[in-house]
Design a protein around this ligand. Structure first.
Ligand code: ATP
Length: 653
């Protein structure tokens, strides 16, 4: 719960307590002081001459008993309104009765010698005030304060509901520079122009040039989008306002919009400056697409659009947004004058990874054998954040070892930790170990024998905190910008290698392969509906929208016919089945080595690339020797046959 939410909870608690106090100590005694009695009792009191005076309202008769009938013998003048609170609490001298259509009422009152009069207005207004308005008063005051603040009115302190949460409302002065970012060459070039503008907005005015108001940084998580925006502010030496999209959206409609307004007001005062909205998709989601969109989100988005439109040209405020789902953004946000410039922030290349590692190991005592390039080589697909994490994990491991320097082995373990999670200490039963060993060996061997698959780095049957009972780690040898159909099929076969080994050795499948099946099915699904790799369906896209950075499940378009849907299902099944068959064939062909590796794995728990390769090489050389022996045998047979033939010929001659 953040600060603002805490405040709102406090408001309600205070309002409830005040309302309760009111009800308990003011309203209840007030109502209790006028004890309700039936009309018959009123008539009895009248007949026994016990009534002193009567006030008749439009709907009730309120009467006061004579002093001698009062339990505390205190005078009561003019009914409830004139009695003080204490006497009202202690007395039940004042009674109230619902007024009936009694034509003899005045006559009865006169004959009983009772003073009577009408107080219609006074009583009903008082009742209304005491009964309804007064208990609501605290609530009304609090709501008034809340909304006054949401409109950006004065206030602050605990009533700062509508204040934006941009970190450092004054705009943080950041020291981040481009030199703190690795592998961001292209993005940096594009951002240079913005920095020049921020440094001297007037220079651009002279030429009448209009600068983009909004820059959208698009890329997978952890690629340094926030860092880039910060570096822009750092390089230009201007304040940096940081806020996440999700923190705009609140439970009260209008709060998000007020925050946007407030943020822009603050920023304009500090111009030139940068406003950075992280996860802009939280507010900028397409209104067409977002069926759950609520009026709060829409109001916030509209306010953002309005503020961006309201910018005067070159007023010195640059708004930067970051998202990893550009496809779901509302088109209105991407129009000229808003986020009209998009900068792709991609996963780092090998060189970039080396630079990032260098930045994050700058302050670490590294042992001389460490080669950052070789670490960069084995970490394709890792983001800047992953690499920063690896450097940190490696230094933690070194600290735990109480070593002076971080070693290469620390880095190896750190990579594993980031990929597979921490090792868990729960031992597996021998049966489970055996199953896991065969399963993992299955993956590893299919990867070893299928051409084009990534080399196996390590196979382990030590359970990890990420929930795996074992894992096979493959390390891609290069950055894959484009993947062919055959490569995808190879990957699927490797994924299904575990299940294939189980089928081959134990003759029955287990639950251990559920994640593999999920990944293989998803790959097949994308091949069919997204990449047009099914011959039967042709190069047609059946996926509903591109989830390019999410890696989540791709959905089938909902406008396709039943027949097509059936073919899609069949094709997905065919791809998965073919991959499993291919894995099974490989393992059948190399069954002997499957048993050998699985046995070693059960003994050692972990085997690395070299050890697996040794098994494969041994099998290969045995096969070659075998074929040489076979050839030799055949040659011998041939020579023998030839000799016999020659001998025969000779004898015939
Ligand atoms: P998200 O989309 O999840 O918000 P992001 O793209 O904004 O992520 P950052 O928050 O900028 O990523 O990066 C997280 C951390 O990763 C940074 O604090 C930094 O330590 C590290 N990092 C990421 N990219 C780089 C890079 N190119 N150079 C150096 N460090 C980086």
């Amino acid at each position: 719960m953040d600060k603002g939410q805490k405040f709102s909870v406090w408001y309600f608690l205070i309002a409830l307590i005040v309302a309760w106090l009111f009800a308990e100590y003011i309203y209840k005694p007030y109502t209790e002081s006028k004890s309700e009695v039936p009309y018959s009792e009123f008539l009895t009191d009248l007949e026994t001459l016990a009534i002193d005076n009567v006030d008749i309202t439009e709907s009730r008769i309120i009467y006061t008993l004579k002093d001698n009938t009062s339990p505390d013998k205190r005078p009561i003048v003019g009914g409830v309104i004139l009695t003080n609170k204490k006497s009202r609490q202690q007395s039940n001298n004042v009674k109230s009765v619902v007024k009936l259509a009694d034509p003899f009422l005045i006559m009865r009152l006169s004959s009983a010698d009772v003073k009577f009069g009408g107080i219609a207005q006074r009583d009903s207004i008082m009742d209304l005030f005491m009964g309804i308005l007064l208990p609501m008063l605290p609530l009304i005051i609090i709501w008034y304060l809340i909304f006054r603040n949401m409109r950006g009115g004065a206030g602050g302190g605990i009533f700062s509901f509508g204040k934006s949460r941009a970190k450092e409302l004054q705009g943080e002065m950041t020291k981040t520079l481009f030199s703190d970012i690795g592998g961001a060459g292209e993005a940096e070039v594009e951002l240079r122009e913005i920095i020049d503008f921020l440094k001297d907005p007037k220079r651009f005015d002279k030429f009448g040039a209009k600068l983009p108001r909004g820059v959208l940084l698009v890329g997978p998580p952890g690629t340094g989008k926030t860092l880039l925006a910060k570096a822009c502010a750092g390089e230009a030496g201007v304040p940096f306002f940081f806020i996440t999209g999700s923190s705009f959206v609140e439970m009260f409609v209008g709060v998000g919009a007020a925050r946007v307004r407030d943020l822009f007001d603050q920023a304009k005062k500090k111009a030139p400056c940068i406003i950075f909205v992280d996860e802009i998709d939280a507010i900028g989601q397409s209104r067409m697409r977002n069926f759950n969109s609520n009026s709060e989100q829409e109001a916030t988005l509209n306010q953002l659009l309005a503020e961006m439109d309201g910018f005067e040209d070159n007023n010195g405020v640059v708004i930067m947004g970051a998202t990893n789902r550009p496809e779901i953004l509302d088109q209105a946000l991407l129009r000229p004058g808003r986020f009209d410039r998009q900068i792709q922030v991609v996963l780092p290349t090998e060189e970039g990874r080396e630079e990032i590692l260098r930045i994050h190991t700058k302050k670490l005592p590294l042992s001389p054998e460490i080669d950052l390039r070789s670490i960069a080589k084995v970490t394709p697909g890792f983001s800047g954040a992953d690499l920063a994490n690896i450097a940190n994990e490696a230094s933690l491991l070194a600290a735990r070892r109480k070593a002076d320097k971080v070693s290469m082995n620390d880095f190896d373990l750190a990579i594993e930790r980031v990929v597979a999670g921490l090792q868990r200490k729960t031992p597996l039963t021998p049966e489970v170990r055996k199953k896991v060993a065969y399963h993992e060996t299955g993956h590893a061997l299919v990867a070893c024998y299928l051409p084009g698959s990534d080399p196996v780095h390590k196979v382990s049957i030590i359970p990890t905190t990420k929930g795996a009972l074992g894992y096979t780690m493959q390390m891609p040898t290069e950055d894959n910008y484009i993947i062919t159909e055959q490569e995808l099929k190879t990957r699927m076969a490797v994924m299904l290698g575990g299940r294939a080994a189980e089928l081959l050795v134990f003759d029955e499948p287990s639950t251990g392969a559920s994640n593999d099946l999920e990944r293989a099915t998803e790959t097949a699904r994308r091949m069919v509906i997204e990449f047009g790799m099914s011959e039967k369906l042709g190069p047609v896209r059946y996926a509903s929208s591109s989830m390019m950075y999410l890696g989540g499940s791709t959905e089938v378009r909902n406008d396709i016919g039943e027949g097509t849907a059936e073919v899609i299902d069949r094709e997905i099944r065919r791809f998965v089945n073919e991959a499993q068959d291919s894995a099974l064939n490989i393992l059948k062909e190399h069954e002997k080595i499957l048993h050998e590796v699985a046995k070693t794995l059960q003994e050692k728990e972990v085997i690395n690339h070299e050890e697996i390769q040794a098994f494969v090489d041994k099998e290969k050389s045995q096969a070659e020797n075998g074929s040489v022996d076979l050839m030799k045998a055949t040659d011998n047979e041939n020579i023998q046959a030839e000799t016999e033939q020659v001998n025969e010929n000779i004898s015939q001659e």
